[in-house]
Design a protein around this ligand. Structure first.
Ligand SMILES: [Zn+2]
Length: 112
């Protein structure tokens, strides 16, 4: 039997990490693929889409809150120095100039 090197990553931990990463990505990507090529929606699909947008929004909001609460220098969730890499990444993605996270994006809002 081959002895695992002490400094080698634990293969079970690596496999678990890959499993969790892939599970999360597959679920998010399933939503993306579902909406990506559609041009028309039936009412029942609009309801699903509305629920998905709300759930995505809640997920992102939870990530923001989780990584912005704590003492003045560190977040409770990751213990990183504020702003931790997660907050920095979220900030860049949410505020990017060509992104969709801008207020009053719909045509209905523009016409009012
Ligand atoms: Zn953090």
């Amino acid at each position: 039997m081959t002895q695992m090197q002490i400094d080698s990553p634990n293969p079970v931990l690596v496999a678990s990490q890959d499993y969790v990463r892939n599970l999360l990505l597959e679920r998010v990507e399933a939503v993306e693929y579902w909406v990506e090529d559609r041009t028309t929606w039936v009412e029942s699909e609009v309801e699903v889409l509305r629920a998905l947008v709300i759930e995505f929004s809640q997920t992102v909001r939870d990530m923001i809150v989780a990584h912005t609460t704590g003492d003045e220098d560190h977040t409770d969730t990751c213990g990183g120095e504020w702003p931790c890499p997660t907050v920095t990444r979220l900030f860049l993605m949410i505020t990017k100039p060509d992104g969709q996270f801008t207020p009053a994006r719909s045509d209905a809002d523009d016409q009012s």
